[in-house]
Every structure is written in structure tokens, then in C-alpha cells.
Write a protein that binds this ligand. Structure first.
Ligand code: Z57
Length: 834
């Protein structure tokens, strides 16, 4: 029979219901309540950490109300949903972001002040959730913010790593040292809801026995439990609060009691350890693959649990599986979740007994693949023997997909054996390897790159054969975006306030319709406005200087131009070009007379970024930066004009301080290597100008803000391959090709920055193959920096450029990007929670 709901007396229930606390007295009451009960502490022994925890718990209560309502509403309406599968979500801090999105920051500030605490101090208590390496993980976080803000029914799926990206220490010699990041060790994480009742069993190893009708029986091996943790993702100025579901691995049973009873305690604990190990740590490699079994286990564990969850939710709607693509879209963030394709095939064929052809139709109408790089070392390949051992059924399915696929290729291009070998899912060799990008491509409805140039390179290089086979319409572009909530309103509150005041519109309007920034353009001509604009930049520089003073004990000259390069250390990103340019500047200054030096712009160069622990050359680059900084900063002749800082332990929170303070930032990858870049967008949104190569999203930024507001240099993408080829077959020594660079290299080699021998391997990458074309681009790079100096001399003109840059950045809101995914790929619509 039908149950009465709610049970008991409805009026009593309703009187107990609460809504979001929006008034200061109810906020402070809630905070005090959490101090007394949740924290079991007293008013008279409460420190900043305790006050932060109580305030966070208070905000958490509000988020839970909205989250609950949103999830109930989505379930009732049963719209088509999209799922964003990403091994990385680089969320950073949540407290400030939640307060701003809820529109409650000022009320909380007032309440916290009343309780005798300082808002800024409390914000600093929170640890970053750093479950990502760099751009790819931060993009996922921006897309979650935009999905919720645009009221789209989108969930994220990822892993709940016990340890996020390592903490970086820099030794006195300039070596990077890695420390674990036990981000959950402080006890409760207020931003997640453990869902200990939402669990799935995930199998590894065992045997797969083929049955009639294409089905198979996969059994034996090891079973591990996936437990859900839900992270609340509030939208901006909306009740919609989406979900990021992170999986934790657990042994299926605490111990194997048989071994335990037999006295084999160690064996019992071992198998439980190996299950827990799956989600213990984020792999810290960016743009490289290592073929490690545990990494493949992570990938399968996460895709299997996510798909089981998605399929269960779909089944609750009560539709036939042929309608699956009408209710579900799955976006693969790079190839890391590609096993979703054979896993969905396995579920449909082996569990739901759907024939192969129908199953393949469902999969290829549900799954979408975003490629994030064309660098060969980053394209995932898994050894067939490893796959066969760990996932025997999936390997069968991959072989079957490959067979049908190659038959179709053979039909279209008869006798073209080279083509078949190039396109096969299996790369021949010892061992054979599964090419994940090929599998992701043929198993998806659409394939996209992340900026115009990059998408074109995907079509014409790594997936060229697939475009020829399937036609061009499957391959498209969605240029990346960034959320203006975190990357303007949150990190640069003064600029945000000035924009609202000037446009005479509440930020709730322009933060969700970023093209409105265009209306700032006429104010570039307004001297009063320019003065305010410049004063804010100056205060942001002072805020950064204060941060450096308190964390590193160093005094920064805030009257200098702030020049910033912050990103993962990688040869293709060419931090080496930057530091060699800095040394060149130093040598030039040393040769000047005192009178000449008087005319020089003071410059402070900031670097920050982590190197993969095993990436020797990247670590050596850090070492060169740190040691060059030590010598240059200590030189009394030049130190008023040039200083260099390497800020350790780059993070989302550090970026939030650095970006608003920058006058100029560097995005100087070898043309054709940086798929998009997203920090370039963050700097420009905050009125920083950009020096960069004609690469990735730099190109579209220049199109939007005007080429006269960007400092471009270097060879273009089509030239790169030729130059490499020439260099390979007709090498010309650096001394001939670029004498100023040769001089810089000599200074490094001769020990100007400590033992020159240490840097030989780094210098040799340039002297020998110079794969990233530092020699070819050096002079044009120095030329671009000279143009920057020249432009900075005209202060008023510089501020105009800065204003015009911000005003033209509307396109780069992640709201625009997520709406493109929603409309042209997923076919989902907003579902507003009233
Ligand atoms: C990563 O952060 C990116 C690409 C990858 O293949 C991997 Br693995 C990690 C970055 C690109 O390098 C950036 O250019 C791009 O902006 C970002 O992904 C987001 O698309």
C-alpha cells in the first residue's frame, strides 16, 4: 500500500524544517552551536582553526539543504544528465567560494567579526583540495562551477585520493623535495558527505570464459569495494548545488577471516592493504605515462564504480536500454577514463544480454572524448599482457571492437595495410600495447580539442586517419574557459567591486554573463577610472609582496613590473627560455653605465610550479632558477632593477594571490605544443598583459583583446617541424645560430650560478637536439621583452591596454564553454531548482 509521508505529524515536521541562514544573528547562532556541539569546544579556548571549522560547518549545513533539494528535484524530473569523468579535480579551497556563490560572504564577515575573529585569517586555515596536477584538473573544477551556476544537471566522478599532489620543498641548493600531502589528516572534511551506503564491488584479475551469443563469464580474481563520498558543488546565485562523487577503495571484507584464524595475520592485512592502496595517492606525472599496474587499477576502479552508479540511476527511470543515450551523456576528460567504453559494453552484453551491435550503438551515442594534448609522450598506451591479466574480459572486448573496426576500414580502403596498422587499437611491438586515444575516438559520439589550433592539430596529426575514415563532423573544438567567480570575484575582490560600480550592475549579473565586461571599454578613456584601476593592481602587488614577506621572509620591490610564469615545469613550456632570458637581462645590466641603468624599468620575475618527481631535466631547471635568483638578487649593482623569486609549493591558493598582482605573464611554449593553457585567461581577466608564442588559446585571446595588447614572438606551428628536421640533419652550433644565447649558456657552464657541471645535462638539451627550439626563438623572445619594457614606460597607455584586455575576455568564461558542451554535444538543458 501507499505509505503516508512524512510519517507522524506533518506540522511537527514542518516546524523542524530550516532554510538557509541569511541573517547575521542566525549565522552567529549556528556557528556558536557548532563550536559547542560538533567541535565540543568552548568559546574561551577557540583558535582560528576552530573558528574556521565551526563557520565551515555552518556553511556546510546550508549547502546540504540546497544539495538535497537539487538532487531530489533532478530525480523527480528525470532529465537527461551529463557525467564528467576526470581522474583529477583541482578544487582548491571551498569556504570562500561557497560563501560567494551563496551570496553570504558579507553576512558571514559581520558575524565572524562579532565573534571576535577575522574573516581573512579564517579563510587561510583551509587546506587546498589538490586532487590534480595542473590545467586538466583545474579545468574540471571550473566546469563543475559553471555547470552548477548554469543550473545544468551535471555530476563529476573522480577518486578520493588520501594524498593529493605532493607538497614541494626547495632545498638550499635549489633541489625540489617532495613531501606527502595528507590533506584529510586534520579529521573531518566539511565539504563532503560520506555515503557509506552507496557502494559497488569492482573485480580485478580472474578469468573470462566466452559464452554463446558474444557474452562471457568473468569470475574469480580480487573484488574491491568502492565507497561514495559526495562533494557539494554550489552554483553562483542559484539554489542548484551539483554533486561531485569521489570513490574510495576499501577491502570487500575487513580481513580474510580464514587466514586470520589460521594465524596468517600478515596475509590477511596485506590483501586489505592492497585494496586500500588503489585510492591512496594521486599520480604526480603530468604529460607522461608510466604503464604502472596501480594506475591502471585506479582507472578501472573509478570507471567501473561510476558506470555502475550511472546505470543504476538510469534503471530507476524505468526505460529500456535503447533510451540510454537519451538520458545519459558521459564526457571523458582525456583518455584516462577510456575503459568506460569496454566497461559499458561489458555491462550491456554480459549483464543486460543486449546483442553486440545494439550495445555498440548505445555506447557510441553516449560517450564523448576530449583530447588535451598532442605530445607523443602523453598519449596513453597500456601493455596488452598487463591488460589481459588485470582485465581479461575487457581485453576480449577491445580485441572484438578492433576486429569489427578494422574490417570496416579495410572495406573503405581495400588493401591499405599501412593504414590498418596505423589505425589499429593495438600497436605491434614487444609488448603489444593498447592505444587508448584510438579506443576513445572510435567509441565516442564526438571528439574535441581544447582550443582552435589544438583541435586542428588533432584533426591533422594524431587522429588524421580517423577523420578520413569517419568524416570531419565528429571532430570539433570547444575552447577552454575559466570560472570568473574564483578567478576574478574571489581572487580580486577590489577589481570585482570596481567593475560592478562602474557598470552600475550587481556582480550577480555580469559574473554570469561575462560578455558584459565589454561595457568597460569606454572607461579606458576615463583618467579617473584608470587611476582606480591602477591603484587596485598596485594593492594586489602589495598583497603578494606581503605574502612573500611573511612566508619566505623576502622583501619584494612593489614599484617594479611584476613578471610571472606559473605552471607545471616542463621542457615544452620552456621555463628554461625564461630563466636564460633573465640571465641575459642580468648580463646586459652589468655592462651598462650607471647613467644607462637609470633609464631601465625595474622588474621582478616570479616563477612557481612543480616538476614530476622523476623528471630530471625539469628539476634541474628549478635548480638553475633558484641559484640564478640567489646570485642576481644579491648583486648590489643590479638588485634594484632585477630580482627573481621561485615561490615553492605552487597551488590553486597561491595562484589566487599571484594572478591579480601580475603586470605581465609568460605563456611561451614551443608553437603547437600547449593545447590551450588556461592561466593565460586568468591573467588577462585580471588585467595582466601577456607575452607568449602563437600557440593554444593565446591565439584566441589575441583575437579577442586585440593583437596590439599581446606581445607575441617566436616561430609559428608550421615552421616547427621543418626546423626540427633541419636541425637534425644540418645541425648548426648555438654559437653560430644565436651568439647572445651562447654567451648565456657559457656563463651558466662556467659556474656563475654555482657548479656549472651540474647544469650540463640541461644545457646539452639546448646545444644538442634542442627539440623545443629555444635557440630558434631566443632572439625574438628577447625582442618581445624589450617591447614590453618599452610599452611599460607609457604608464597611461599600459593601463588602457590592461582595461581593454579585461573588457574583452568575456569569451573565456567557462560558462560559455560548458554551454557549448551542453548544447552541441550532450543535448542537456538547465533544470532550475525553484
Ligand atoms: C594537462 O594538464 C593537460 C593536458 C594533458 O594531456 C595532461 Br595529461 C594534463 C593540459 C594542457 O597541457 C593545457 O594546455 C590545457 O589548457 C589543459 O590541459 C586543459 O585542457
Amino acid at each position: 500500500g501507499k505509505e503516508k509521508w512524512p510519517r507522524g505529524d506533518e506540522k511537527t515536521w514542518k516546524e523542524g524544517f530550516r532554510s538557509v541562514n541569511t541573517e547575521v544573528p542566525s549565522i552567529t547562532k549556528s556557528i556558536v552551536n557548532h563550536v559547542q556541539t560538533s567541535l565540543a569546544r568552548q568559546a574561551y579556548n577557540l583558535d582560528d582553526l576552530g573558528a574556521y571549522q565551526a563557520a565551515a560547518l555552518s556553511v556546510r549545513d546550508d549547502l546540504i539543504l540546497n544539495w538535497n533539494e537539487t538532487q531530489m528535484h533532478y530525480t523527480r524530473k528525470a532529465p537527461k544528465r551529463a557525467y564528467y569523468l576526470s581522474l583529477e579535480f583541482l578544487m582548491g579551497r571551498t569556504f570562500d567560494n561557497a560563501l560567494l556563490n551563496l551570496g553570504l560572504k558579507e553576512q558571514y564577515r559581520e558575524g565572524i567579526t562579532k565573534l571576535g575573529f577575522n574573516m581573512e585569517d579564517l579563510l587561510e586555515q583551509e587546506r587546498d583540495a589538490a586532487l590534480g596536477n595542473g590545467g586538466l584538473g583545474r579545468l574540471a573544477a571550473c566546469y563543475l562551477d559553471s555547470s552548477a551556476s548554469q543550473e545544468l544537471p551535471v555530476w563529476g566522478y573522480g577518486l578520493r585520493y588520501q594524498y593529493g599532489i605532493f607538497q614541494q620543498l626547495i632545498s638550499p641548493e635549489g633541489q625540489q623535495l617532495e613531501q606527502p600531502d595528507p590533506w584529510l589528516a586534520g579529521g573531518e572534511n566539511p565539504w563532503e558527505l560520506p555515503r557509506l551506503d552507496v557502494t559497488y564491488e569492482v573485480r580485478f584479475y580472474g578469468t573470462a570464459e566466452r559464452l554463446p551469443e558474444g557474452r562471457a563469464l568473468w569470475q574469480g580474481g580480487q573484488e574491491v569495494l568502492a565507497v561514495a563520498y559526495d562533494v557539494m558543488v554550489p552554483g553562483c546565485y542559484t539554489k542548484n548545488t551539483n554533486n561531485l562523487r569521489l570513490w574510495e577503495s576499501k577491502p570487500k571484507r575487513g580481513f580474510d577471516l580464514n587466514s586470520f584464524n589460521a594465524g596468517d595475520y600478515e596475509h590477511a592485512v596485506e590483501s586489505s592493504n592492497s585494496a586500500a592502496a588503489i585510492t591512496s595517492v594521486l599520480y604526480p606525472n603530468d604529460h607522461t605515462t608510466f604503464g604502472k599496474e596501480l594506475r591502471l587499477k585506479q582507472q578501472y576502479f573509478w570507471t567501473a564504480a561510476s558506470l555502475a552508479d550511472i546505470v543504476r540511476r538510469f534503471k530507476n527511470i524505468g526505460k529500456p536500454f535503447s533510451a540510454f543515450p537519451d538520458y545519459v551523456a558521459i564526457q571523458l576528460n582525456d583518455t584516462h577514463p577510456t575503459l568506460a567504453i569496454p566497461e559499458l559494453m561489458r555491462i550491456l552484453i554480459d549483464e543486460e544480454e543486449i546483442p553486440w551491435g545494439k550495445a555498440w550503438d548505445i555506447v557510441t551515442n553516449t560517450v564523448f572524448y576530449t583530447n588535451h594534448t598532442v605530445l607523443p609522450e602523453a598519449l596513453e598506451k597500456w601493455p596488452v599482457p598487463l591488460m589481459e591479466h588485470l582485465l581479461p574480459r575487457h581485453m576480449q572486448i577491445i580485441y572484438d571492437i578492433n576486429l569489427f573496426f578494422l574490417q570496416a576500414v579495410e572495406k573503405k580502403f581495400p588493401g591499405d595495410r599501412d593504414r590498418l596498422a596505423r589505425m589499429s587499437l593495438i600497436e605491434e611491438g614487444f609488448p603489444k600495447q593498447v592505444r587508448m586515444a584510438h579506443l576513445a575516438c572510435i567509441g565516442s559520439r564526438k571528439v574535441n580539442g581544447v582550443a582552435e589550433l589544438h583541435s586542428e592539430l588533432v584533426r591533422t596529426t594524431i587522429l588524421k586517419d580517423f577523420v578520413e575514415f569517419e568524416g570531419p563532423s565528429k571532430f570539433s573544438n570547444v575552447t577552454n574557459g575559466i570560472t570568473p567567480r574564483r578567478w576574478l570575484d574571489q581572487c580580486n575582490p577590489e577589481l570585482s567591486a570596481l567593475i560592478s560600480k562602474t557598470l552600475k550592475v550587481d556582480k550577480s549579473v555580469w559574473l554570469k554573463d561575462l560578455d558584459k565586461l565589454k561595457e568597460l571599454l569606454p572607461y579606458a578613456e576615463d583618467a579617473g577610472f584608470r587611476k582606480e584601476w591602477a591603484a587596485i593592481k598596485q594593492r594586489n602587488k602589495e598583497r603578494l609582496a606581503h605574502h612573500v614577506q611573511t612566508t619566505l621572509g623576502l622583501t619584494v620591490n612593489t614599484h617594479a613590473m611584476f613578471d610571472v610564469q606559473i605552471k607545471r615545469l616542463h621542457e615544452y613550456k620552456r621555463q628554461t627560455l625564461n630563466i636564460l632570458g633573465v640571465i641575459h637581462r642580468y648580463l646586459t645590466l652589468k655592462q651598462m653605465t650607471a647613467a644607462e641603468r637609470k633609464k631601465v624599468n625595474p622588474r621582478v620575475v616570479f616563477f612557481a610550479g612543480k616538476a614530476a618527481p622523476g623528471y630530471y631535466i625539469a628539476k634541474l631547471t628549478i635548480r638553475l632558477i633558484v641559484n640564478a635568483a640567489r646570485i642576481i638578487n644579491a648583486d648590489p649593482e643590479t638588485r634594484d632593477l632585477l630580482t627573481v623569486y621561485f615561490l615553492p609549493d605552487y597551488s590553486v591558493s597561491l595562484a589566487e594571490v599571484l594572478i591579480p598582482a601580475s603586470d605581465i605573464s609568460q605563456h611561451i611554449s614551443t608553437a603547437g605544443t600547449e593545447a590551450s593553457g588556461t592561466s593565460n585567461m586568468k591573467f588577462c581577466l585580471n588585467g595582466g598583459l601577456l607575452v607568449g608564442t602563437v600557440d593554444g588559446a593565446n591565439i584566441e585571446i589575441a583575437e579577442a583583446v586585440g593583437e596590439n595588447n599581446v606581445f607575441f614572438f617566436g616561430h609559428l606551428t608550421p615552421a616547427v617541424e621543418d626546423l626540427r628536421y633541419q636541425h637534425m640533419y644540418h645541425p648548426v652550433p648555438v654559437e653560430e645560430k644565436c651568439p647572445p644565447l651562447a654567451k648565456v649558456l657559457d656563463c651558466v657552464a662556467s659556474g656563475m650560478f654555482g657548479d656549472g657541471g651540474v647544469y650540463e645535462p640541461l644545457l646539452n638539451t639546448i646545444r644538442q637536439h634542442d627539440y623545443y627550439l629555444i635557440t630558434e626563438d631566443f632572439e625574438s623572445y628577447i625582442g618581445a621583452l624589450a617591447m614590453v619594457d618599452q610599452a611599460y614606460l607609457d604608464k597611461e597607455e599600459w593601463i588602457k591596454k590592461s582595461i581593454r584586455t579585461t573588457a574583452n575576455m568575456g569569451k573565456f568564461s567557462s560558462d560559455r564553454a560548458i554551454l557549448e558542451y551542453a548544447e552541441s554535444f550532450w543535448n542537456i538543458e538547465p533544470v532550475k531548482v525553484a
